[in-house]
Design a protein around this ligand. Structure first.
Ligand code: PGA
Length: 243
């Protein structure tokens, strides 16, 4: 694991965006794995800025999002599909057909998970996967207790995740309780992984994930076994690594 500590949240976003831009320059038809949440918004802002500046071309890039809620439509304002359209896709020149996000209204979630997993393989796997980390150590929606050998699957969200995500909904009852997520096996099969975290509130969990013994109680700790992980933090999230 390599650790990069940035002075500010914005610098973190810029540096992660640079990693993405460099990959696209070296491999224009690369496959990206993308997260949602507050943390990557600064990355997407910077990628949009670079695109508008003519510094980056998404025309051959393929993306796979990490996860999507089950039970709400793609066009629901709180779906991860809407989040991605709003923060990235509608501002750049990526073809619609190159964007992949699990279908939150799939009638048969099991089938949708299998379809998604095999689609990732069809594209040759993920070149660069960007991850955030939940307060409980989840990556994607792989909540504590998820086995490390799971492929893309549907999952019950932990109550703490429902609570954390209720900030995007009118009230907590509206937050979907289930989701489809790339599994930990899917995540580990990415050729390169960047885990990013921002703010003091993530400092303990990110420190535990990379300094304590690997455990399914902290899903992100499995990244200790991956041979190309870059952990990129702002100063506040890195607070415990400084000691
Ligand atoms: P956040 O979410 O970026 O909104 O903190 C991260 C996550 O839950 O994976």
């Amino acid at each position: 694991m390599k650790l990069v500590i940035c002075e500010t949240h914005n610098e973190l976003g810029t540096k992660v965006a640079m990693e993405v831009a460099n990959l696209i320059k070296n491999k224009p038809n690369c496959v990206l794995g993308l997260p949602t949440g507050d943390t990557p918004i600064s990355v997407y802002k910077e990628l949009v800025r670079m695109y508008k500046n003519g510094d980056i071309d998404f025309s051959q890039v393929t993306t796979f999002n990490l996860d999507e809620y089950l039970g709400i439509s793609n066009s629901h304002p709180c779906s991860y599909n809407s989040f991605m359209q709003h923060n990235l896709f509608r501002h750049i020149n990526i073809p619609k057909t190159s964007v992949h996000i699990p279908d939150g209204l799939a009638a048969f979630p099991d089938e949708e998970c299998k379809r998604y997993e095999s689609l990732i393989q069809t594209y040759g796997g993920i070149d660069l996967l960007i991850l955030g980390i939940g307060h409980n150590g989840h990556i994607g929606f792989n909540e504590p207790g998820t086995l490390f050998d799971t492929p893309t699957h549907d999952i019950d969200l932990a109550f703490s995740t429902v609570q954390a995500n209720s900030r995007f909904f009118d009230n907590i009852e509206d937050v979907p309780k289930r989701a489809i997520t790339m599994g930990i096996k899917t995540i580990l099969s990415a050729r390169r992984i960047i885990l990013m975290a921002s703010g003091e509130k993530k400092s303990q969990i990110v420190h535990d994930a990379f300094t304590k013994e690997m455990t399914t109680n902290i899903p992100a700790s499995v990244l200790q076994t991956h041979n190309d992980v870059l952990v990129m933090l702002d100063k506040e999230a890195a607070r415990l690594f400084d000691k």
